[in-house]
Design a protein around this ligand. Structure first.
Ligand code: GDP
Ligand code: MN
Length: 362
């Protein structure tokens, strides 16, 4: 789950990474006396979890007198389509130089990799593309609590060594927060020391409980309910809902939809041995997503019994069309139940997919 900048900065601060003084507001009237301790100018930063906020109009530098007015302006904006609900009001740091540092998991090497660049700021992707040599990388065994000095030297390679302790603290934050990404862009030098001017932290979804995070904000309400039911469920942007059992069958259904020119709205894997209620919940969940025109239920009856599946589909009683393909245990009974209720049961995967694509809007 992605943390917002101010949440990441709170964690950074506890770990000894200097951040500017600031506070969070949810409307312009919450700007109070605290702003007078920030010097003549402040930075207003929209707390939205998109990259490149600065370029998209999400960061305003203003003098204290006009802060309220500019905060109102920022609240009225959408940053890359996301409304601004919170703003971090922060002292404006007197920046001398901007650097980039991030720590992420290199899945191929099975180790965290630390990236550092002396040209930080907003255009790191461009730097990585056009001048890859400007990006230093070191891999570190996650059993180490600190970045060894020789690695730090290789990483920093001539830039001010005061950056070292901050990068080391970031590495500790990365480990202790069960993070998939910890990033400071820009990491800045100022006359009063090194600061994290921005902060990004993504916590591994599997570690949310350990991190004391109860609700995964990155999931939609449906995705959260699916998690509770124990379904594997993913939302896409097409118009066909997909229910399968087993990852292989579900994935091949998706491939076939794409082959016939359709687009899946979502897919749900009910898992093995799904009974009537489980199927009913699955069908309802998939159908509730806005934009789903038609639903494919493609299930193989092994332990799963086709008659139970059929009853589940009927029980869900949804308004969209359902194209069903069932094969295996109690197939004939399943077909009978569906037919009686006016549902369409086709014989092959090819047939259900072709039918669904023809019914769905593109
Ligand atoms: P992002 O665009 O979402 O990465 O937002 P950042 O928080 O990184 O801000 C974008 C840019 O605004 C930074 O690269 C800085 O150049 C500038 N900026 C942000 N905070 C400060 C600050 O405190 N002082 C100054 N002078 N510039 C800042
Ligand atoms: Mn940034």
């Amino acid at each position: 789950m992605k943390l917002l900048e101010f949440e990441a900065k709170e964690i950074f601060k506890k770990s000894g990474i200097p951040v500017g003084i600031g506070f969070v507001i949810t409307n312009p009237d919450e700007i109070d006396d605290r702003i007078n301790y920030m010097g003549g100018e402040v930075v207003l930063k929209a707390q939205v979890d998109v990259g490149g906020r600065g370029k998209a109009g999400g960061v305003i530098i203003t003098d204290v007198k006009s802060a309220r007015e500019n905060a109102a302006l920022l609240f009225s904006r959408e940053i890359k389509g996301i409304p601004v609900e919170k703003i971090l009001v922060e002292e404006k740091l007197p920046i001398e130089n901007e650097y980039y540092v991030s720590i992420t998991l290199d899945r191929a090497k099975k180790e965290p990799v630390i990236l550092f660049s002396a040209t930080g700021g907003v255009d790191i992707e461009q730097t990585a593309r056009e001048n890859p040599d400007a990006l230093q990388r070191v891999w570190i065994a996650p059993v180490l609590h600190d970045i060894p000095p020789f690695m730090m030297r290789r990483l920093l390679n001539g830039v001010p060594k005061e950056l070292g302790p901050v990068i080391n603290s970031l590495y500790r934050v990365y480990c202790e927060s069960d993070a998939l990404l910890a990033e400071i862009n820009p990491l800045v030098t100022t006359p009063k020391g090194v600061y994290a001017a921005d902060a990004k932290l993504i916590v591994d979804d599997n570690a949310l409980y350990r991190q004391g995070i109860e609700v995964n904000r990155d999931l939609t309400d449906r995705e959260r309910r699916a998690e509770k039911f124990g379904f594997s469920y993913v939302e896409l942007d097409g118009s066909i809902g997909v229910i399968g059992n087993g990852a292989g069958l579900t994935m091949s259904t998706l491939d076939l939809i794409s082959h016939y020119g359709g687009k899946a709205a979502n897919f749900l894997d009910v898992g093995g041995g799904a009974g009537e209620d489980r199927v009913c919940n699955a069908v309802k969940l998939v159908s509730e997503m806005p934009g789903v025109d038609v639903i494919i239920v493609n299930l193989l009856g092994g332990i799963t019994r086709c008659d139970e599946v059929a009853r589940g589909i009927v029980k869900a009683g949804i308004s969209q069309k359902v194209a069903v393909r069932l094969a295996g245990t109690n197939e004939a009974e399943g077909r009978e139940i569906l037919k009686k209720q006016g549902y369409m049961m086709l014989d092959t995967m090819d047939d259900v997919v072709k039918y669904a694509v023809s019914e769905a809007s593109l």
